[in-house]
Design a protein around this ligand. Structure first.
Ligand code: ATP
Ligand code: MG
Length: 402
């Protein structure tokens, strides 16, 4: 015997009407797309939940995919069996043994019987199935308060379902339900985590990266593409816009005093990001800033840098400590890539001391020497866009979806 279904639960209660329909539709599409390469797998939606029919696919492999999909609250492998008492007993016993192969823990049976045509009351069925398990295992005992495994049996009209374990889903909202954002993706630890957390709230995401060849090399660019690829596991394909930033940085280096180079550089990045966001219909910019982490991320810096745009800037990491960010980076699989030592465009030109309290008026004054519009437009015109996809098989599907 092996699990033949996976039951997916989502947090539908917090959603109403139209939103809920959209939520379910997007989630269904995403689950189908990300499981596409399991040829025989089918995904169905019924009464506020979803079922994956495994049709022979490995439950653990499919679970590994599901655990990354936003919008899923939890999921459980399930045995679907005919409405037949013996089959139900057998399946419940198998599920307990699967959960505790040593057969030496505690369990409890909980029967729900929405199908009232099935003979026996829930209490009687609990007792019957429990006895069957006790008789056929070595050292299992019943504990109704804190069992090691709870055997859930649902007797529905079409079949009975037996579930024994619940796995935690990624939570959040399905990607594509909350509009589009533009993620400023550097090669560092923070911005991929910021992207992940934004995806978790259901946004669709494109990314922008500022690249300064020959001062930053192809490996630095490759690293950013690899980071974006890790993020595709959570949100599907990502369009990555690579901005040629050398000319801007050189001009800033030439005309702006050392202590304001960083501030002005950030302001240009933001202007270019804003224009790109407008071009792709993104409604906000997401970055990896965290309050007070470095000179460019003091409140005064944010105030002066933020001045150049009216677009909302979402900073998912704003209140986090570096160690908290690192923990998430490790969990989502970006950390090892992020710590590879390739030069970032920001570190090349920037002097060691930057103003931690830059002044708006001064920043504006120093920028007067630069033809802002020309530099911004040239950078935007020079953007190279690459499509980052995790798997060839799902590639085409996602293009259609988003
Ligand atoms: P990260 O670890 O994400 O690089 P950081 O702590 O090194 O962040 P900064 O280098 O000051 O911080 O950058 C702050 C934010 O600005 C980054 O999180 C990222 O969103 C954005 N950013 C910085 N450099 C680039 C770049 N070359 N391309 C795109 N975005 C960038
Ligand atoms: Mg950085």
């Amino acid at each position: 015997m092996k699990y033949n279904h996976i039951l997916i639960r989502y947090a539908e209660l917090s959603l109403k009407g139209k939103n809920r329909k959209e939520f379910e539709r997007k989630l269904l599409e995403t689950v189908r797309t990300l499981l596409k390469d399991f040829k025989n797998v089918r995904v169905q939606r019924t009464f506020g939940r979803m079922f994956v029919e495994l049709n022979g696919a490995d439950e653990r492999e499919v679970s590994n995919r599901l655990k990354n999909i936003f919008g899923i609250h939890s999921f459980s492998p399930a045995l679907k069996v005919d409405l037949n008492q013996e089959k139900i007993d057998e399946a419940a016993l198998w599920a307990v043994k699967d959960a505790i192969p040593a057969e030496n823990g505690t369990f409890k049976v909980t029967v729900k019987r929405p199908n009232k045509d099935f003979p026996g009351r829930s209490q009687e069925l609990n007792y019957h199935i429990g006895s069957h398990i006790l008789r056929n295992t070595k050292e299992m005992t019943v504990d109704v308060h804190h069992p090691d495994v709870e055997v859930k049996v649902e007797i529905r009209h079409e079949a009975a379902y037996i579930l024994c374990k619940t796995l935690k889903g990624a939570g959040g909202l399905p990607v594509g339900t909350a509009g589009k954002v533009l993620l400023m993706l550097s090669g560092g630890i923070d911005s991929p985590v910021a992207g992940y957390l934004a995806l978790k709230r259901g946004v669709m995401l494109e990314a922008i990266h500022f690249h300064s060849p020959p001062f930053t090399n192809d490996r630095a660019r490759q690293k950013v593409e690899d980071l974006a690829r890790v993020l595709t596991q959570y949100g599907g394909n990502i369009k990555l816009h690579i901005v040629p930033f050398t000319a801007v940085q050189q001009a800033i280096h030439q005309h702006v005093p050392d202590s304001y180079e960083m501030t002005v550089t950030r302001r240009f990045m933001l202007r270019i990001a804003e224009r790109t966001a407008q071009n792709i219909d993104a409604r906000a910019i997401v970055n990896g800033e965290s309050l007070g982490q470095v000179a460019s991320q003091t409140l005064d810096s944010m105030y002066t840098i933020n001045e150049v745009t009216n677009l909302p800037i979402i900073r998912p990491l704003v209140t986090m400590d570096k160690l908290e960010v690192i923990d998430i980076a490790k969990e989502i699989g970006t950390y090892d890539l992020s710590i590879l030592p390739f030069e970032d465009c920001c570190t090349i030109f920037l002097p060691p001391q930057s103003k931690t309290k830059p002044n708006k008026n001064k920043a504006n004054l120093f920028e007067e020497k630069l033809d802002i519009e020309k530099y911004v437009q040239e950078a935007v015109d020079g953007i190279e866009t690459v499509m980052i996809s995790s798997k060839k098989q799902v590639d085409e599907e996602f293009k259609e979806l988003f």
